[in-house]
Ligand binder design. Structure first.
Ligand code: ADP
Ligand code: MG
Length: 413
């Protein structure tokens, strides 16, 4: 691996600017999720053991250059002091004299949390003067913000232009997992894709459909395929507004799905009878669904969709669950992003839970990716039961779509 890691830097007694991935918002005054802090504890403990002075930099939410009370890093600092069992000194800014004075006075092993860097508008503009201010007084950067590694901001590419950096242990783990999938795929390689945000995933799905043996589709993504294939989906959810028109070329959902399907690929895998693939492709659609008809749930086969109206598809059905599990049993590598249904409602969570229980027992090469996919694990199981988890949606999908992360030029040997 050509990533610069902690092994490549003599950190003993140094003042380290630690770029953390703590983009965690508050819900009713509490951190909505602490995994992004928990996952960085090994890096921080390593640095503390090396007697470093640690200055933590992160952004939180989208304050648009203004101070927003709810987006301060105070709660992050206090949770971190609990986890590290030592005081984390919280500052009111991330640049300026107060910061420089405190940093100068630090003793080995002490930890400081800077204020949210997005309170300065220069952050998202990747302003170079501002980036220089962020590194004043620091000896080196330890970069652990893998989930933001695809962004060009002052606290990502900006600081890296001005000071030597290595990846932290959390970054290294995320990066290794995803590159391993790309470099060491063992076949059959199966992709399971669901969720709602087709526009975010289109490039990744296209790329994955090319490299995978089979793509199993569920969730809102399946709705989009059914719609393009002219099945009746009534009032089922289909994403029609795209947040990033530039990426998708402002196409409509049918064009996007057609584009994914334009690279024809045959399935190289013996799959069970009853399969409904999309013709001449390795993309497999559900054969039945759980639908919501006037607030009641009901299983329905794909061939019956045209016979009724006023319904919403909210999960894959029992036959699809059986079929998808049989296919997954043949596989050596699995990449899973996005729930199979509206798992927030228990009656539409069975599809996602079936894949989850399969993944729990699975010991091959795999990766579970995506904010809501991880929420699903939190809701129905425990994160520690899963070997391969990525907390980074965008960055991981970018790597798998063949794009190089914006920070990589600075973190390579
Ligand atoms: P991830 O964050 O894991 O990448 P997404 O953000 O793309 O996943 O989508 C997650 C959301 O997709 C969930 O809130 C879930 O309710 C929704 N979803 C899944 N299946 C359906 C469906 N059939 N209809 C509407 N929404 C769905
Ligand atoms: Mg999501």
């Amino acid at each position: 691996m050509n990533l610069k890691t902690l092994k490549d830097l003599d950190v003993d007694d140094k003042i380290i600017l630690y770029r953390a991935p703590y983009d965690i918002e508050l819900i009713d005054g509490k951190l909505e999720d602490t995994k992004r802090i928990d996952f960085t504890i090994p890096t921080l403990k390593y640095l503390i053991a090396k007697n470093c002075k640690i200055v933590i930099l992160t952004y939180v939410g989208r304050p648009d250059g203004k101070v927003v009370e709810d987006l301060k890093t105070t709660a992050h600092a206090s949770y971190l002091s609990e986890k590290l069992n030592q005081k984390v000194i919280k500052l009111d800014d991330c640049v300026g004299e107060q910061v420089t004075t405190v940093v100068k006075s630090l003793k080995g092993g002490e930890v400081v949390m800077l204020e949210n860097v997005r309170f300065h508008k220069e952050e998202t503009a990747d302003d170079d003067e501002f980036a220089k201010k962020l590194v004043v007084g620091m000896d080196a950067i330890v970069f652990d913000a893998f989930p933001q590694a695809h962004r060009k901001h002052a606290s990502t590419t900006g600081i890296l232009r001005h000071l030597d950096a290595v990846a932290g242990l959390y970054f290294e783990k995320e990066y290794t997992q995803i590159t391993k999938i790309i470099d060491e795929i063992e076949r059959p390689f199966i992709v399971v894709i669901g969720g709602a945000k087709v526009s975010d995933k289109v490039l990744a799905i296209k790329k994955l459909a090319n490299i995978a043996d089979v793509v199993l589709v569920g969730g809102g993504v399946a709705n989009a395929f059914l719609y393009q294939q002219e099945f009746n989906i009534a009032q089922s959810y289909v994403e029609n507004t795209f947040v990033d028109g530039a990426q998708t070329g402002n196409q409509d959902i049918k064009q996007i799905v057609s584009d994914i399907l334009s690279d024809k690929k045959q399935i190289d895998l013996v799959i069970p009878n009853g399969i409904k693939g999309v013709e001449n492709s390795n993309i497999i659609l559900p054969i039945d669904f759980m639908i919501d008809v006037n607030g009641k749930n009901k299983a329905i086969g794909i061939d019956e969709l045209g016979k009724i109206d006023n319904f919403q598809i909210k999960d894959i059905g029992p036959q699809t669950i059986t079929m998808y599990k049989e296919i997954l049993e043949k596989t050596k590598t699995i990449f899973w992003n996005g729930p199979m249904g509206v798992f927030e409602q228990d009656e539409y969570s069975l599809g996602s839970r079936a894949i989850l229980s399969f993944m729990k027992k699975y010991d091959g090469l795999g990766l579970i990716v995506g904010g809501d996919s991880i929420t699903l694990i939190d809701k129905f199981d425990d994160i520690s039961n899963f070997n391969y988890i990525s907390l980074a949606g965008g960055a991981t999908l970018d790597i798998i779509s063949g794009k190089s992360l914006a920070v990589m030029p600075y973190l390579q040997k």
